[in-house]
Structures are given as C-alpha cells and as structure tokens.
Design a binder for this molecule. Structure first.
Ligand code: NAP
Length: 312
C-alpha cells in the first residue's frame, strides 16, 4: 500500500481536503519524519510539503520509496533539488495562482513607502492631525522609473501593474523578454542606476544569494526605494540596512527577510521601511488555490498521470 505524508501546519480546510483525498500520515516538520516507524516510512511515496524548514538528502533518505515531493508555494528553495534528482524524486510547486496577490502587495508596499501611509495613518490616530495640522508633503509615485529584478511570472505581473501607473519599466532577466518596449539590462548595477524604484522578484536559492549587492544598492542612490517580495537571501541585507540607516537609499518595502520571523532588530528602528510578515500570497482565495494545486499534483502522481507543475 502506498501512502502520502502531509508535512506542515495546514489550515483546517486544507487538511480536511488532504484527508478526504489521500488519508495521509501527518507530521509537523521534516525533522519529525524520523519518529515514524520503518514500515510507515517505507509505504510513503508522496509528500505534501508546507513549511520553511530545509528538506534535503537526510529527510529523503528516511523515505526510501519517495517519488513525489509536492511543495505548497512557488518558491522551492527549501528543497534540495540535486538531492531529489539523485533519488529520482519529482518535485512540484504552485506557480501562477499566487501572482496577483504577490504583485498587489509589491505595488502596495511601494505606494505605502513613497506616500508615507504608515506614518500618515499614525498622524491621524495619534491626534496630531487635529493638534498640529496637515501631514508633511511626500513623494509622487505614478510616473516614476522602476527596475524589475527578475521578469518571471510574478515580476511580469508587477511590471504590468506599474505600467498602469505610467511608470517607465526597466528590467533584468537572464535573457531578454518580449515586452511592450520595456528597457532590458544585462547588468543589475546598470539597472539600479537607471531607476528610482527597484523591485526584486527573483527565485531564491544558492544561485541568487546577494544578487542585489552593495554595488547595486549604491547604484540605486539616495532617491531609491527597494521592494522585495522574493526571498531575504536575494539582497545583501546588511548592506541594505547600512544604506537605509545612512540615507544612502530613500527606503524599502520588504515582505521577506534573511531570518524570519526573528528579523534583524535594526529594521525596527527605521521609519523609512514598510515591513510585512511574509504575507504576499496570504489571502483566503490564493492559499486555497495553492493547496488545490498541491493536491492536484499528488492526485496526478497517484493516478500515474502527468504532473501539473513539475520543477525538475
Ligand atoms: P519565476 O517565474 O521562475 O521567475 C523567477 C525569476 O528569477 C526569473 O526572472 C528568472 O530569470 C530569475 N532567475 C532564476 N534563476 C536565476 C539565476 N540563477 N540568476 C538570476 N536570475 C535568476 O518565479 P515566480 O513564480 O515569478 O516567483 C519568483 C519568486 O517569488 C519565487 O521563487 C519565490 O521565492 C518568491 N515568492 C514570494 C512570495 C511571498 O510570499 N513573498 C510568494 C510567492 C513567490 P529569467 O527571467 O531569466 O528566467
């Protein structure tokens, strides 16, 4: 008999749908796999994975018949793809269904930062509006220049939204894309030098660590704002914090951090950053769609049909 193993904290609805479909064995984190007995581990052929803990060779070797690792989320940087390939384990993710939410949050953070909406809200709540008068003038958002670092699925949706804000779009990708006249840069430093707002929409993982380097941050300059919805690893976070503290860039809007949820406390002291708790895809509708795509991949696997969204 083959079994599915559900790993992670599922919502009640998602867990109930997983139970209805696959009657899974359940654990909370990958480290718990070792607590399952040998027969149970040997029966497991598919994993429904949700979480931010690493899933690598050590966990895979505890499941000798594992053939599918279905990730909840488009980013699969927690999963060791080389280790999966070496063991003939297919990995799937949940792309596209979350593009709208993530792009919406990126644009919202950029507007919040430029228009100082958090501080302006505090101005109202604290009574300062009535006491001291109008809030200070801030920075126009529409009509600026933006650089998208990584014109993939989400980067493209962000660019489409920003084009509607009459922004001049520049981008970096590994290859030039078909666009409505957007400016392609092969060098992220040149991209940053050409724009006021830099939006990071790269994949995470070892290949993009510190892709937004100290040099890229310096090139963005004192009027520049960084928006990151990708992964904390894609930006040299210490260099960004230095630049934010010293006013060498104007600000940032960040949904992702190097150490989540215990982020670097230097962020808390900055009033030029909009901070979000890695919630870009966190709407009821999108999370339900992600869970359904994860289940559909597992169902396809058990039915010996082609996987919907394989990544290896
Ligand atoms: P995607 O379509 O695969 O796009 C990824 C982008 O990264 C592409 O532009 C790609 O370049 C670039 N890239 C990949 N490998 C690279 C490398 N080695 N060097 C430089 N650039 C590289 O992915 P997506 O669906 O847009 O998702 C992007 C990321 O967003 C995910 O991986 C995830 O980490 C993050 N995300 C975050 C949240 C959140 O809650 N904050 C939610 C969803 C996703 P090319 O254009 O040249 O292929």
């Amino acid at each position: 008999m083959t079994k599915t193993l559900a790993i992670g904290k599922q919502t009640e609805t998602d867990l109930s749908a997983l139970k209805d479909a696959f009657d899974p064995v359940e654990v909370t984190v990958p480290a718990d796999i070792s607590s399952l007995d040998d027969a149970t581990r040997a029966a497991i052929t598919a994993v429904a994975y949700k979480g931010s803990h690493a899933f690598g060779a050590e966990q895979m070797d505890l499941l000798p018949n594992l053939a599918l690792l279905a990730n909840y989320g488009v980013g699969f940087d927690t999963i060791d793809i080389s280790a999966a390939n070496a063991r003939n384990i297919k990995v799937t993710n949940t792309p596209d269904v979350l593009n709208d939410d993530v792009a919406d949050l990126a644009v919202a953070m950029a507007i919040m930062q430029r228009r100082e909406m958090v501080q302006a809200s505090d101005w109202v709540r604290s009574g300062k509006w009535a006491e001291k008068g109008a809030y200070r003038l801030n920075t126009k958002f529409s009509g600026g220049t933006v650089g998208i670092v990584g014109l993939g699925r989400i980067g493209r949706d962000i660019a489409d939204r920003l084009a509607a804000f009459k922004m001049e779009i520049h981008y970096f990708s590994r290859s030039e894309k078909v666009t409505p006249g957007w400016t392609y840069h092969t060098d992220p430093v040149a991209l940053a030098g050409a724009v006021d707002t830099l939006v990071v929409a790269l994949v995470g993982g070892p290949e993009t660590v510190n892709f937004v380097s100290a040099q890229v941050i310096d090139a963005l300059g004192p009027k520049g704002v960084i928006i990151n919805i990708s992964r904390g690893t894609t930006i040299d976070e210490a260099a960004m914090l230095d630049a934010l503290e010293q006013g060498r860039i104007a600000g940032a809007g960040l949904d992702v951090f190097l150490s989540e949820p215990e982020i670097d406390p230097r962020f808390y002291k900055l009033d030029n950053v909009v901070l979000q708790p890695h919630q870009a895809s966190g709407t009821h509708a999108t999370r339900a769609a992600m869970a359904k795509l994860q289940r559909d991949n597992i169902a396809a696997f058990h039915a010996d049909e082609p996987l919907l969204t394989p990544v290896n």
